[in-house]
Design a protein around this ligand. Sequence first.
Ligand code: CP
Ligand code: NVA
Length: 327
Amino acid sequence: MSAAIRDRPAVAANAPRHFLDLRDFEPGLLRAILEAGRRLKPVPRDARAPRPLAGLTLGLMMEKPSTRTRVSFDVAMRQLGGEVVVLSPRDMQLGRGETIADTARVLSRFLDGLVLRTDDPAKLHELAAHAGIPVINGLTARSHPVQLLADIMTFEEHRGPIAGRTIAWCGDGNNVAASWIEAAIRFGFTLNLATPPDLMPSDAVLDWAAREIAGGAAGRIALVSDPNEAVAGAACVVTDTWVSMSDDPTENRHTRLEAYRVDTALMERAAPDALFMHCLPAHRGEEVSDAVIDGRWSVVFDEAENRLHAQKGLLSWALGGPDWEGR
Ligand code: CP
Ligand code: NVA
């Protein structure tokens, strides 16, 4: 265990179980959440099946568009016996100046958990600081940790333990890339990142990873500019959109990213049984070719489905109370 994890102050036993970033967790708890997700994977068709979250309600507060995150959290709650309220900040008093702190205090009186998707990570942290219920990061401009729970689950279902393996990221050093960096440190794998020099992951996440590695974490991060170098022999190649929801859509990033497209020639440089992963939505013909996303390497729809199962594991822990039996 790294010094940074060991030195973290203990969280009060009755503190809400927020899920803001992978870096906040020791590997054992992340593993236990994934294991709970695997156990909860079979869909309970039997009316007598246990419903661990019966009587609980999750709020989904989406300031940005979403297909997978919104539907997978909604269905996950239903499969665990709970209910969901979808909140559009446009329709809330938040949009007319009510503070985030007061919104958090009020929603904590109605709900048992809250997922927030927003551009601004500070807003997520402020909500969590004032909420008496678990707050879950449903994507910010900085990170997308719930995506990584599904990604790790998917890799391991297809190829076994990810620890010690090499994963290659090609493209924009964006929010999903930042969560892959945190995952590499927490799950102990090597992450090769090939990004244009001006679209590298932030210094903040790279410095954090360097400190964790210096403190004894097993993961490794390698930054390269050549995608061929990043994918050489890799067990999995990952990419994401070249223009994220928080990016300026009028800025032309495509010319800088053309060389990072994941196509057949690039996949053929990876390991012979390499996987291709993408959080979706994909922009076919931009960051990935049709031949790759529809080809033998691709597990993108298993990955999308695992959003549901990994989040059942997450919700069972976050809303499960002190008797959670996940470990
Ligand atoms: N991957 C992902 O988070 O998809 P959505 O934007 O559709 O939620
Ligand atoms: N990087 C993308 C991920 C979408 C799930 C975005 O932030 O738009």
